[in-house]
Design a protein around this ligand. Structure first.
Ligand code: PGA
Length: 243
């Protein structure tokens, strides 16, 4: 696990974007694993800016997103489908047919999770972007998730629902309680992982992930068993690290 410590969210977003852009330039047919949430928003802005200024092309790039809420129509403004289009896909030249997200609006969500995992089995994610929850989740794999877990229907913990209420008028009752998420095992199949974390509310999870016990109680700690992980953390998120 390589740790890159930066000053703040701005620098984190620049450093993470540079890693992504370099990877795309090196392999224009790269398969990316992508993430949503507050952490990557500025990084995606940087990718869009770079695409406009330097014409970095995503024409041959494939993408697979980590997760999606269950129970919202796909075009609802808070789905991850909408997030990805609004923050990235609508502003770059990626081919819509190369874009993949689980669909949480279908009736048979278990079959959808299985369909998604079957697609992942047929591909190799070259670079997987991750955020981390305040409780150490990756994707929507909450504490206690199996390290071997594959894409599945999962329940969100109260902590995650509380953290995400800010996107739902601050109303926890509006936050979906379930999602389809790639499992920790699916994530661990990626060739390389880039995890970004910013802010003091991530400090405890980062400390545990980097220095604590490897345990399913902190899903992100599984990444210590992966041999190519880059963690970019700002000062606040790194504030509890002892080294
Ligand atoms: P955030 O979420 O980027 O909105 O903090 C990260 C996560 O829950 O994985």
């Amino acid at each position: 696990m390589k740790i890159i410590r930066v000053k703040d969210y701005d620098e984190l977003s620049r450093v993470a974007a540079d890693i992504m852009i370099e990877a795309v330039k090196e392999n224009p047919e790269i398969t990316l694993g992508l993430a949503t949430g507050g952490s990557p928003v500025q990084m995606y802005k940087n990718l869009v800016e770079d695409h406009k200024e330097n014409q970095t092309s995503y024409k041959g790039v494939k993408s697979y997103n980590l997760d999606e809420y269950i129970g919202l129509p796909q075009t609802h403004e808070q789905t991850y489908y909408t997030f990805m289009h609004k923050n990235l896909f609508d502003h770059i030249d990626i081919d819509e047919k190369n874009v993949h997200l689980p669909d949480g609006s279908v009736e048979d969500v278990k079959a959808e999770a299985d369909r998604y995992e079957a697609m992942l089995k047929d591909t190799v994610i070259d670079l997987q972007l991750l955020g981390i929850g305040t409780n150490g989740h990756i994707g929507f794999n909450e504490p206690g998730s199996s390290f071997e877990g594959l894409t599945d229907v999962v329940s969100l913990t109260p902590e995650t629902i509380e953290a995400n209420a800010r996107y739902f008028e601050g109303n926890e009752d509006l936050v979906p309680t379930e999602a389809i998420s790639m499992g920790v095992g699916s994530i661990m199949n990626a060739k390389k992982v880039l995890l970004i974390a910013s802010g003091a509310n991530k400090a405890e999870a980062i400390k545990w992930m980097v220095e604590g016990e490897i345990s399913e109680e902190l899903p992100a700690s599984a990444l210590r068993n992966h041999d190519d992980v880059i963690v970019v953390v700002d000062e606040d998120a790194a504030s509890l690290l002892t080294k």
